[in-house]
Design a protein around this ligand. Structure first.
Ligand code: 5RP
Length: 288
């Protein structure tokens, strides 16, 4: 057991000293292999250094939730606007055309559903990820959850071993249990645990004080959108996260549950890549 006495909160995040990206345009990736860098470059735009990923992996836990009833009708038509598609293998194979040229981030862990305790979690085989030609593999870490923390961190470490073997970046997805405070202290800890365990990308949630979460995470952070918000609020969330140093979004419900998902995708891209303000992004959404 580590000595847990006197664990002090960090207070020196070096906000005036940006991470060195002179050797590779994404922070924390310069010392990775050619294959990892090549796949990361498929996901992150070279000009902005950011990404707009479209997440549609919710069904493996929740079934056909609103906006994801028909992946072939709801998601496939948005693919061209996304920088990367994040989903599960069954939905990718059945509903995303193989001609798709966008990089895939494969949800690589699975387990129980919302109908039970969600207390088990396994990895799918790496051969299947390779067959699907994925650019990234994602698995969740339930940091702080007594029943699942150990299982999910063990899975994640195994996935990073696999990713390093085949040069496939791994994204750590921070899962927040109901008991966890959704604050910068918690997300800072959970994101750092992902990075310490070898994540090349960390997916977490925006919160007040997010600049510290980003500063203490040495690899790119993307935010989940969370529950559906009015479009302007969702664009504001993207804007604030980017302003705090996030490298993009991996958004689901705020896109596919929007009344106009394609217009919302384009507006989110405007904010993430082109520096639009939330109001300008919302104008774009309305115009489209
Ligand atoms: C949950 C996930 C989801 O993909 C994530 O929550 C993104 O979706 P949303 O923007 O709807 O929150 O990884 O494990």
């Amino acid at each position: 057991m580590a000595d847990l006495d006197d664990i002090r909160d960090g207070d020196n995040f070096g906000h005036n000293t940006p991470a060195d990206t002179s050797k590779f345009y994404l922070k924390g990736i310069a010392n990775q292999s050619w294959g990892i860098k090549n796949r990361m470059s498929r996901i992150f735009n070279k000009q902005s250094g950011r990404t707009v990923m479209l997440a549609f992996d919710h069904g493996f836990l929740m079934g056909p939730t609103s906006g994801l009833e028909r992946i072939d009708l709801n998601i496939a038509p948005l693919a061209e606007e996304a920088d990367c598609l994040m989903g599960c293998r069954g939905m990718i194979r059945s509903s995303i055309p193989p001609e798709n040229s966008k990089p895939l981030c494969l949800r690589t862990d699975t387990g129980t559903t919302i109908l039970t305790e969600m207390n088990d979690n396994v990895l799918i085989s790496e051969e299947d990820a390779i067959r699907l030609n994925v650019s990234c593999m994602a698995a969740m870490l339930a940091v702080g959850d007594a029943d699942t923390e150990a299982i999910t961190i063990r899975n994640f470490s195994k996935l990073v071993d696999i990713g390093q073997k085949y040069d496939i970046p791994v994204m750590g997805v921070t899962a927040v249990g109901k008991a966890m405070a959704r604050d910068a202290r918690y997300f800072g800890l959970a994101s750092r645990v992902c990075a310490e365990n070898g994540a090349s990308i960390v997916k977490t949630y925006y919160t007040e004080g997010f600049e510290n979460v980003v500063a203490a995470c040495p690899v790119p952070i993307v935010i989940a959108g969370g529950k559906k918000l009015p479009e302007l609020d969702a664009l504001d969330l993207c804007y604030k996260a980017i302003n705090c140093g996030a490298s993009g979004v991996d958004m689901g419900r705020n896109v596919f549950q929007s009344e106009k998902p394609l217009a919302m995708m384009k507006a989110v891209k405007g904010v993430v890549h082109d520096g639009l303000s939330p109001a300008e992004g919302f104008q774009m959404y309305n115009d489209l």
